[in-house]
Write a protein that binds this ligand. Structure first.
Ligand code: CA
Length: 230
């Protein structure tokens, strides 16, 4: 999952960036409204943390422009405490949730997990696929109840596929959602990570759909037939 953090206070931006990276997300940071609008318009973020008081272009206007341009990524706004009108303006502009400043990072993380799973149509923080479980609260993975240890990039890859279960995800899409802007991207490395992930999980849940990408689904007979037929 790849996030955009829009915050003009450098300390707060750094703090958010490092907490979100620790939690397993790829993170880009924008320090003003114009840069934020540009990045949100051109990069496919899974969610955005958006401060409302920003230089150059305020957060509500940034959000309104994204929504007018048809951008549907979930957006968590950061508002000043007691500014109820900020929250109303933010929600009316298309925000999905808010956190009032000053906030605890844990609350931002929990609200992000919630809007990410809602946007993927998942109701629970624990994602399941047959014997495979991914607990997004602590980035824990298990198969048949046995914990599986993954690197942060392997976890990011698995979490993205789990949030998009049953859908074919292309290599390009994975590259765009797993790495931040500054990363030297190479879609061939995705194959390597998928290979490692399959080895570690030891179950057949990630299928290669030739020429299209990958599809994560429970290891069932019906699915086997479907894959072979393609
Ligand atoms: Ca601000």
């Amino acid at each position: 999952m790849r996030l955009l953090v829009v915050e003009d206070e450098p300390d707060l931006a750094r703090q958010l960036e490092s907490s979100l990276k620790d939690a397993g997300y790829a993170v880009d940071v924008a320090a003003d409204g114009e840069e934020a609008h540009f990045l949100g318009d051109t990069e496919p973020y899974d969610a955005v943390v958006l401060d409302l008081g920003l230089p150059k272009l305020d957060g509500v206007s940034v959000l309104e422009r994204w929504r007018q341009d048809g951008k549907t990524m979930p957006v968590l706004i950061l508002t000043a405490r007691d500014q109820w009108n900020d929250k109303v303006a933010g929600f009316d502009a298309g925000a999905d949730d808010y956190v009032a400043k000053p906030f605890h990072t844990e609350e931002v993380l929990a609200r992000l997990r919630a809007i990410l799973r809602r946007s993927a149509g998942q109701a629970s923080a624990e994602l399941e696929c047959g014997p495979l479980r991914v607990d997004t609260r602590g980035a824990r993975v298990s198969v048949d109840g046995h914990p599986v240890k993954l690197t942060s990039l392997e976890y990011r890859l698995l979490a993205y596929l789990m949030h998009h279960q049953g859908r074919v995800v292309s290599r390009t899409e994975l590259v765009e959602h797993l790495y931040d802007q500054d990363f030297d991207r190479d879609s061939n490395t995705i194959e390597v990570f998928v290979g490692r992930l399959r080895k570690k999980l030891k179950i057949n849940v990630i299928r290669t759909v030739r020429g299209l990408g990958y599809c994560l689904s429970p290891p069932e007979e019906d699915n086997e037939t479907l894959t072979q037929a393609q």
